[in-house]
Design a protein around this ligand. Structure first.
Ligand code: ADE
Ligand code: ZN
Length: 341
């Protein structure tokens, strides 16, 4: 029998704030696009692909992630990728999402920026019209590449400024501190792009400080290592800086040995604005609802904590105050039919 809290989670209105669209490439679509674009994959079957998804750390995942995205060539491919994600988001009761994309993962292979963003944009328009999901695009710079490459990518993107919500920073964290990207973030902020950055996933608390002080980010992506630094926790709480936490990702990439050891509950206890997200769900074994269910089960979260996480998702979003208010009202109405614990 389905537990009451499980059906509560399944139908709860949600926001997704940490999702790499390239990380939603399911093996079936990877094979279909490889065939359509006449690309030979290093896997003979879907089972072989799935068997390769055993990761020991962030880099071991990124190697496979960059390989997977090589099947994305035409505008239609980016549209197919994103619309498949939006269909899943709809099934997860997601009302709003802020999607990361990695243009350098494509432009470095000779795919024009316009091809990438046009396909994503077409899917966003359709998702809004047909599925009632609002969304924004956050352009991520790959931190293992140079600051010059990031700046050139931003310049290439600026003709599409109106299609962008913000900028982010992702890829291999260790050895690539935020300071490397201070100038490009400054330029992006001048253009009104909203800054976020991955920090404190594998990297130390000092990277979170840098992201706040130098990149002036409005949210920290992951940030789970903040608990190693009391002063940092106090600052994140006082300034209400949201953390976009990705539980299944953290366990798959061995940031935590098991879900029972995940520090999400401790982060909530420290009064941090924690949100739940899915990162790269095609690679980590579950979309947003599965992330909520996994932490609920492993950490024994109650209705009130789950609702707090959903509220935080909308509060931490870059929606306007009116839209936030409407979505928070929807959550409030929905929760009225369930126990308060
Ligand atoms: N790119 C895609 N997923 C990522 C993650 N979890 N951390 C850093 N870069 C990423
Ligand atoms: Zn991420």
């Amino acid at each position: 029998m389905t537990r009451p809290i499980e059906s509560f989670i399944r139908n709860l209105p949600k926001a997704e704030l940490h999702l790499h669209i390239e990380g939603t490439l399911e093996p079936e679509l990877m094979f279909r696009l490889a065939e359509r674009n006449r690309i030979t994959l290093p896997f003979a079957s879907l089972d072989e692909v799935r068997a390769a998804y055993q990761f020991s750390d962030l880099q071991s995942f990124l190697d496979i992630y960059y390989q997977g995205m090589q099947v994305l060539i035409e505008e239609e491919d980016f549209y197919d990728l994103a619309i498949a994600y939006f269909e899943r988001a709809h099934a997860d009761q997601i009302r709003h999402c802020e999607l990361f994309f990695d243009p350098q993962g494509h432009t470095e292979r000779g795919i024009p920026f316009k091809t990438v963003i046009s396909g994503l944009r077409r899917a966003q328009d359709e998702a809004r019209e047909r599925l009632g999901i609002s969304s924004g695009l956050i352009l991520c710079f790959l931190r293992h590449l140079s600051a010059e490459s990031a700046l050139a990518t931003l310049e290439e993107a600026l003709p599409y400024r109106e299609w962008l919500l913000g900028v982010g920073l992702d890829s291999s964290e260790s050895g690539h501190p935020p300071v490397k990207f201070e100038a490009v973030f400054e330029r992006a902020r001048q253009e009104g792009l909203l800054p976020v950055a991955h920090a404190g996933e594998e990297g130390p608390p000092s990277y979170i400080w840098e992201a706040l002080d130098l990149l002036k980010v409005l949210r920290i992506d992951h940030g789970v290592r903040c608990l190693e630094d009391e002063r940092l926790v106090a600052r994140l709480a006082a300034e209400k800086v949201p953390l976009t936490v990705c539980p299944l990702s953290n366990v798959k990439l061995r940031v935590f040995d098991t879900m029972a050891r995940h520090n999400l509950k401790e982060l909530l206890r420290c009064e941090l604005c924690v949100t739940v997200n899915s990162d790269d769900p095609a690679y980590f074994g579950g979309y947003l609802t599965e992330n909520f269910l996994a932490v609920q089960r492993a950490l024994g979260l109650g209705f009130t904590e789950i609702r707090q996480l959903a509220d935080n998702g909308f509060r931490a979003s870059f929606l306007g105050e009116r839209e936030k208010g409407e979505l928070l009202d929807e959550v409030r109405h929905y929760c009225a039919g369930f126990p308060q614990d």
